[in-house]
Design a protein around this ligand. Structure first.
Ligand code: SF4
Length: 224
């Protein structure tokens, strides 16, 4: 097992990889120049955009990992415990003509709210500006999906080898309510999940009826 500050050990058993932190997948020219400059400086052979809208910087020599992290600055923050791996978002109303809600603004707010919190296992958040769900909201631990009535919150979605659609927790919420709903769900998950238990398996074990009784019924904006 490779320490998180040492990068992720790669298939060749020698080189390491780092994944950038890019909330909502929004980058600036300065971000891109920092990544390009760092990749050239350390002769990084692989730059790959991931499904989570991040850059995988792979093939780093072990002795260069700390330098790459340092040079990337805020784009690469080593993690000390399971946390929110990424907040991905579709373009939403900022850009897309189909958008019902501002996905990018909510993704940035969610990243700011959850980025320093630790959880029993990694958490992925997918935010979509409309029910076409380009932000993969149905298959993320937390899914936030915009409609013309507000935000729908989904919980317990997962891809991987045992995919699961997230359960709808609440609908028609404001952005503030959607973040509050997410906070309450994640706090409940943090308190009751087993170590390394992803939200999909947690929901299956605990049961949605229990979750509704324990936490959803306490949300003042949810009619249950
Ligand atoms: S989910 Fe909707 S708003 Fe977002 S990119 Fe897709 S079509 Fe556009």
């Amino acid at each position: 097992m490779t320490g998180l500050h040492e990068g992720i050990l790669q298939r060749d058993g020698k080189t390491r990889a780092i994944v950038t932190r890019i909330p909502a997948g929004m980058v600036t020219p300065d971000n891109l120049e920092t990544i390009a400059r760092t990749a050239r400086k350390y002769r990084v052979p692989v730059l790959k955009i991931t499904s989570g809208q991040r850059f995988l910087i792979a093939g780093i020599a072990p002795e260069d990992v700390s330098g790459v992290i340092r040079d990337l600055g805020p784009l690469a923050q080593p993690e000390s415990a399971p946390c929110v791996k990424f907040v991905q978002a579709c373009p939403g109303t900022d850009i897309c003509r189909y958008g019902n809600q501002n996905a990018i603004a909510l993704a940035r707010a969610a990243d700011g709210q959850f980025r320093h919190q630790h959880f029993p296992a990694k958490v992925k958040i997918g935010i979509s500006g409309c029910p076409r769900c380009c932000g993969e909201s149905h298959t993320r631990d937390i899914g936030l999906m915009g409609t013309n009535r507000g935000w729908t919150v989904l919980f317990g979605g997962n891809g991987g080898t045992s995919p699961r659609f997230g359960d709808v927790i609440a609908q028609g919420l404001s952005a503030t309510e959607a973040l509050d709903c997410t906070e309450r769900l994640m706090e409940y998950y943090r308190k009751h999940a087993k170590p390394h238990e992803r939200t999909a398996r947690f929901v299956e074990r605990i049961g949605m009826d229990t979750i509704k009784d324990d936490v959803v019924s306490m949300m003042p904006y949810v009619g249950v």
